[in-house]
Each structure stands twice: as structure tokens, then as C-alpha cells.
Design a protein around this ligand. Structure first.
Ligand SMILES: CC(=O)[C@@H](O)[C@H](O)COP(=O)(O)O
Ligand SMILES: NCC(=O)COP(=O)(O)O
Length: 247
């Protein structure tokens, strides 16, 4: 029997809606508490350098309010490192950021930045944060993540989900095959394996079925579904699909 599959709910896009008008509603911390009460095993929030959704105050308020672990996504910058060291969240997930991108487009380039990233993550690990790297399903990058001392890799599922959404089913199947191989590869290197980005009810089953994957982080789709179903039923349905796929 595969290990319990955790669901981390990403609440960034509650903040996107709030920020469309300014002011305080809808409150991402309220969404996070509701997600927690609805069975989320963790909350993910990405403090982007341009603060387009989550704000510094949101991170502070999440740290004070949550009883489940916070997975704090951030770019590998000095500013973000200082914020992470101040709050000491359960996990810090390093992600690549480009100011002009609409969403996180690829995985972090670890292989070419090994020394720099090894120095960058050392104080975070010393502070007790689990260090996770958001990474493409690529053996060079996974090996580099293991070498720099990361405990976790989160495999980027965006290419798979994009292929699926565009009806490129051969490409989607090839991406699932790649994620399957790379989840096993990362696990064999001693890394804890997570996955996420762009997952939906339709795309989650083959990823949830990967026995080495122990956490999925899902946000944009769930927050969108919450408009129609409410957050609690949207999360419950995702949980059910994940559990069925897990077997
Ligand atoms: C790294 C990642 O996949 C999440 O942070 C997700 O991308 C939500 O944030 P954005 O939509 O701002 O990329
Ligand atoms: N790290 C991936 C994540 O947190 C959620 O991404 P998305 O479901 O909002 O695309």
C-alpha cells in the first residue's frame, strides 16, 4: 500500500481576486482555514517578488493561524531568504520566477547553480525548514537537487496538464511516463517526492497513483471550482479522486 498522499491547497489565487479590487476580501487566510477544516494536509502560498497575489502580511497571518504545515514558495533571493528565516515555515519550496510570466513556467535551474543554491539553502535547513525544490522532471536537475542537500523535490506537472488541456494526448502520455520515471529516480536518490502545477480533477489520477509521490500541491483549479461548488466540496472531490487513484 502506497504511503498516504497529502493534499496541499495553494491559496494564492484567493489573493489574486482580493488584489483585483484592493482591500481585504476575499481573505486568503480565511480560505486557508476553511481548506484546513475541509481536509487539506497543508497550505501552500507563493510570495512572489512582485507581490501580485500573496502579501507579506498574508504570510505573517498564515503563520499565526494555521495548524497544518505551511509550504512557503519563494524565489531564491536574499529578500525571500530573510523572510523565510524570520517565519521559519514548515517547508520552503524554491521556485523560478520571471516577472513577466503569467505563472511559474518551468522548474528551477539547479544543475548550473549548484554552489550558489547549496549555500542558499543551508541556513534554511539549519533553521528547521524542509527544503523543497520545484523542478522539471529531469534527471540532471534531480541529481543536482540531491547533491545540494534538498530534502524534497516537487515535480512540475505543468507540461503534462497543458498537453492534456490542449488535447495533445500523446504528449500528455509522454509527460506522465517521464514523471513516473523521474518520481522513482528521485525517490531512489533519497528525496521526498511531491508534484504539482495545473492539476485538475481530470489530470490528477495518474499523478496521484505514483507510489513515490507523497504530496500534491493544487491551487488555481481548486479556487476556480470553489466559485461553483464552494471550497469545501471542491477539496472533498479532489481528495476523493486522489484516494481512488491511489487505490
Ligand atoms: C510554483 C507554483 O507552481 C505555484 O506557486 C503556482 O504557480 C501558483 O502561483 P502562480 O500562479 O503565481 O504561478
Ligand atoms: N507548486 C504548485 C502549486 O502550489 C499549485 O499550482 P497550481 O495548482 O495553482 O497551478
Amino acid at each position: 500500500m502506497a504511503e498516504h498522499l497529502r493534499l496541499g491547497v495553494n491559496i494564492d489565487h484567493v489573493a489574486t481576486v482580493r488584489n483585483a479590487r484592493g482591500g481585504g476580501v476575499p481573505d486568503p487566510v480565511r480560505a486557508a482555514k476553511l481548506a484546513e477544516a475541509s481536509g487539506a494536509d497543508g497550505i501552500t502560498a507563493h510570495l512572489r517578488e512582485d507581490r501580485r497575489h500573496i502579501s507579506d502580511a498574508d504570510i505573517e497571518n498564515l503563520m499565526a493561524a494555521l495548524t497544518v504545515p505551511l509550504n512557503f514558495e519563494m524565489a531564491a533571493t536574499d529578500e525571500m531568504q530573510a523572510i523565510a528565516l524570520r517565519h521559519k515555515p514548515h517547508a520552503v519550496c524554491l521556485v523560478p520566477e520571471r516577472r513577466e510570466e503569467r505563472t511559474t513556467e518551468g522548474g528551477l535551474e539547479v544543475a548550473r547553480e549548484e554552489n550558489k543554491l547549496a549555500h542558499f539553502i543551508a541556513p534554511l535547513a539549519e533553521a528547521g525548514c524542509r527544503v523543497s525544490i520545484f523542478i522539471a522532471a529531469d534527471c540532471r536537475q534531480i541529481e543536482a537537487a540531491a547533491r545540494i542537500g534538498a530534502q524534497v523535490v516537487e515535480l512540475h506537472t505543468g507540461a503534462y496538464c497543458d498537453a492534456f488541456a490542449e488535447g495533445r494526448m500523446d504528449d500528455a502520455a509522454a509527460e506522465v511516463a517521464r514523471l513516473t520515471d523521474m518520481a522513482a529516480f528521485a525517490h531512489d536518490l533519497g528525496l521526498e517526492v511531491h508534484a504539482g502545477h495545473g492539476l485538475t480533477y481530470d489530470t490528477v489520477p495518474p499523478i496521484a497513483a505514483l507510489p513515490q509521490v507523497v504530496e500534491l500541491n493544487i491551487g488555481h483549479f481548486l479556487i476556480g471550482e470553489a466559485i461553483f461548488l464552494g471550497l469545501e466540496p471542491a477539496i472533498a472531490r479532489m481528495r476523493e479522486i486522489m484516494d481512488t487513484a491511489r487505490g
